[in-house]
Design a protein around this ligand. Sequence first.
Ligand SMILES: NC(=O)c1ccc[n+]([C@@H]2O[C@H](COP(=O)([O-])OP(=O)(O)OC[C@H]3O[C@@H](n4cnc5c(N)ncnc54)[C@H](O)[C@@H]3O)[C@@H](O)[C@H]2O)c1
Length: 276
Amino acid sequence: MQMLEGHVVLVTGGGSGLGLGVARHCLSEGAELAILEYDPTKGLALKEEFGDRVLVCQGDVRSVEDLQACRAAIIDRFGRLTALIGAQGIFDGMVPLTETPVDRIDALFDEVFSINVKGYILTARVFADLLREERGAIVLTCSTAAYAADGGGLFYTASKGAVRSLTNQLGFELAPHIRVNAVAPSGIANSQLRGPAALGMENSKQSDIPKETFSEGFQATALMGLPTPEEYGPLYAYLASRHNAIMTGQTVLADQGVLNRAVISAAGTGGIPASH
Ligand SMILES: NC(=O)c1ccc[n+]([C@@H]2O[C@H](COP(=O)([O-])OP(=O)(O)OC[C@H]3O[C@@H](n4cnc5c(N)ncnc54)[C@H](O)[C@@H]3O)[C@@H](O)[C@H]2O)c1
């Protein structure tokens, strides 16, 4: 039996990168699938790839109206929902706080937090009743940035710390009816994660960095190679499925061993601190 047979899964931010890889995996595990995606060009590409097999909702996780329209389309087509997978996000451009223009901080904070944090809160609120009826699951996307410095700038890092905390709280509030967990990746191949419009970086994407350069940078601290979005699929599928009867309120570090390493030897000191 496939892991997601009998499941109806919604992936938010499923138009590229992690969400798309996870969506493809959920389909291969027998799920009925809906994807909510903000970018209309990616929405068209989804329709081309999946045809009628997937319900594609074009919309913004920041908009209650868009979420309710997606909810209505899901009820219309499937009559129920068993899992919500949150995969949307944007980056903050990694600009140090002291180099961030003071007059951009309001806009930058609002932009990053509204997509990376409020979007997850609103989707949980709008879909909780459907998930409750099915004893379903929510799986959110955190980051190693929530655990250690330098995985993003201040705004991205704080937003992912908030995802980790809201996973704790939602797991508590929605128990025992809905299991709520998150996954914290450290790096993803083929990601189109974009920068913030508040700093004029909305057109710069992680995919602009040459693959080899990104991969080499990642390998400098990771113990395993840079994973594809599809390689995250089995973990998300497990957490979204009824096979997970043991975990709620947890964030799973899926980081290729990045945080399992002290970096002294990577700096070429042979394990001896440079000052000695
Ligand atoms: N790329 C990495 O190395 C990395 C590492 C750790 C965590 N993450 C996290 O993984 C998640 C997926 O990122 P990705 O790297 O696959 O990037 P991505 O840009 O390829 O995918 C994110 C998707 O979310 C969509 N989206 C953005 N704003 C939206 C909105 N308001 N409403 C609906 N959809 C919206 C985008 O259009 C895009 O399709 C994010 O939460 C990101 O923070 C990424």
